[in-house]
Design a protein around this ligand. Structure first.
Ligand SMILES: [Zn+2]
Length: 111
């Protein structure tokens, strides 16, 4: 279970993201993975850290900006990989392991 950290427990700025840095990171990962999202949105989300539409529109929770960058990479790569692999099967998990080793410690759902 991954919950939002209370303000007092948030990480120092250099470990977190600005929105601009986050968006750049999405584009870097998209190039690496070889996909191109049609749109990238950031907004407050309640149940999940991100989602992906069948048309390639990605939405990320603004709460990610206050989390460590490793977690952000996990969420970004997870959603971008869905533009290539629409499920969570073996191929999906092995690609995720290539790009984000140790991703198993994280969850995309919040509760
Ligand atoms: Zn997924």
């Amino acid at each position: 279970m991954v919950e939002k950290l209370p303000l007092s427990k948030r990480l120092p700025k250099r470990h977190t993201w600005t929105e601009a840095a986050f968006r750049v990171r999405v584009q870097e990962w998209a190039r690496t993975i070889g996909v191109q999202p049609t749109q990238v949105h950031l907004r407050a989300m309640r149940r999940k850290w991100a989602s992906c539409s069948s048309r390639g529109r990605l939405t990320f929770d603004t709460g990610l900006l206050a989390r460590e960058r490793g977690f952000g990479d996990f969420v970004i790569v997870h959603e971008l990989l869905h533009l290539r692999v629409p499920n969570h099967g073996k191929l999906f998990k092995s690609l995720l392991s290539v790009y984000v080793p140790g991703w198993e410690r994280w969850r995309l759902k919040k509760a």
